[in-house]
Design a protein. Structure first.
Length: 432
């Protein structure tokens, strides 16, 4: 009895949290590369004379290859693991950033963005798989929030920082600097990331903690791994519901990621520098809701005995419903009012996002998490392709963002229905 009490109070080392921060830093770098284009809109227009419609296609080009890679990436992750795939992907996306910096025309820019999509395609499915391996279920929301919030934080600090670099040194230097940062992350990831069973720096105490706190279903996965085909997973109601809801989330996310500076400048007549600075406010708010609500609060309530399924579903559905705040921005006539509504929208969606990304490891076996993550991110990237392109057409046709925001709200309602009617209870699927 004394020995058990002593073991219970042994301080568990925190190597797993270093891994979470490594993944978070990767997403931060990842999104610096993505927001670079939205910041460069005016400069690229001056350099190449592109229209809003062309810019919409260029913004979505990254997502074309990103989407096409999602299903095969899921299979490759389950076969070769996070470490190998992560090394290749981080190297490719750094090369893509340098490629954009030296582009001499639109064809070069399109090629660089297509390569960026290939390089960054494994990021979120790989992170979901890594969190499933390194963290027990009661810690996964916070661990997921660390890397998911980095996507919002990158927009919060990346837009003004990259915007200032662009205004001072030109758009080519903004791409070149993100390329250098990406290359440094590739080196860091190469030397740091290992799965728990390969990590020599993981202490025996922490290794036991991860193993002992693992659920019976996950323990069975380790002892008797079960691989399910991609086709079978695509027929699962829970997977389809999660994919539909996440697709709606990502539509709004990419609309704001690619068009927010232009919206503030065009619709509210804010000068370019201030539009860069104002853009950071909603993203910083979203970073806070992602970590505090979607991560810390969810894990805290579950540790205190609250029903895990109910907690996750309330945050998932409630946060997505807050995304409908984007309708308020459609008729805003001042920067402050527009930013409040956009902050409510992206803040709510950000709180739901880490819960959503923790679900693949909760509904699928370890041998299938990569494939489920790939399916979810495939849906995400279809939205990522559609959002900037559809927005470009609607803004050109109506000279207003009201229709663009209205379409995103309709999709959010469909996503909420998917969460309620298809995803249902967050638990292991019988076939997985």
């Amino acid at each position: 009895m004394i020995a058990l009490k002593t073991d219970r109070h042994v301080r568990v080392p925190r190597r797993r949290w270093r891994i979470a921060w490594l993944l978070g830093f990767g997403v931060l770098v990842n999104y610096f590369d993505r927001v670079n284009l939205s910041v460069s809109h005016a400069s690229l227009y001056a350099a190449f004379g592109m229209s809003d419609i062309t810019f919409g296609y260029l913004s979505g080009a990254y997502n074309w290859t990103y989407a096409l890679c999602q299903l095969p990436v899921g299979v490759l992750l389950d076969k070769f693991g996070v470490r190998r795939i992560g090394r290749v992907s981080s190297f490719l996306w750094s090369i893509a950033s340098f490629g954009a910096a030296v582009s001499t025309g639109l064809n070069g820019l399109f090629a660089a963005r297509l390569l960026l999509g290939v390089g960054e395609a494994p990021t979120f499915p790989a992170n979901a798989k890594a969190v499933g391996s390194w963290f027990v279920s009661k810690e996964r929301s916070l661990a997921t929030a660390i890397f998911d919030a980095a996507a919002k934080f990158a927009s919060g600090i990346g837009v003004p920082i990259i915007g200032i670099i662009l205004l001072k040194a030109g758009w080519r230097w903004s791409f070149a600097i993100t390329g250098v940062i990406s290359l440094l992350y590739f080196i860091l990831f190469w030397h740091t990331y290992r799965d728990p069973d390969e990590d020599l720096k993981l202490t025996e105490c922490e290794r036991r903690y991860i193993a002992e706190k693992t659920s019976p279903a996950e323990t069975a996965d380790i002892q008797s791994p079960v691989r399910t085909s991609l086709g079978n997973l695509l027929r699962q109601r829970k997977v389809l519901g999660l994919a539909l809801g996440f697709g709606a989330y990502n539509y709004v996310f990419y609309l704001l990621l690619t068009w927010l500076p232009s919206y503030l400048s065009f619709a509210l007549h804010i000068d370019l520098l201030h539009s860069f600075l104002y853009t950071s406010a909603p993203w910083l708010f979203a970073t806070a809701t992602d970590v505090v609500i979607g991560g810390w609060l969810v894990d805290t309530l579950i540790r205190r005995g609250w029903n895990a399924n109910r907690v996750r579903k309330v945050i998932l559905i409630g946060g997505t419903a807050c995304g409908l705040g984007i309708l308020g921005a459609a008729n805003a006539h001042s920067a402050s009012r527009a930013l409040i509504w956009i902050s409510i929208s992206i803040g709510g969606l950000a709180a739901a996002s880490p819960v959503g990304w923790s679900i693949p490891s909760l509904i699928a076996s370890r041998e299938n998490v990569g494939k489920v993550g790939g399916i979810i991110n495939f849906s995400n990237q279809i939205s990522g392709i559609a959002a900037p392109v559809i927005t470009g057409y609607l803004v050109t046709a109506h000279r207003s963002f009201a229709w663009a925001f209205g379409v995103s709200a309709i999709y959010l309602v469909i996503g909420i229905v998917g969460y309620i009617c298809l995803l249902g209870k967050i638990e292991r699927m019988a076939e997985c």
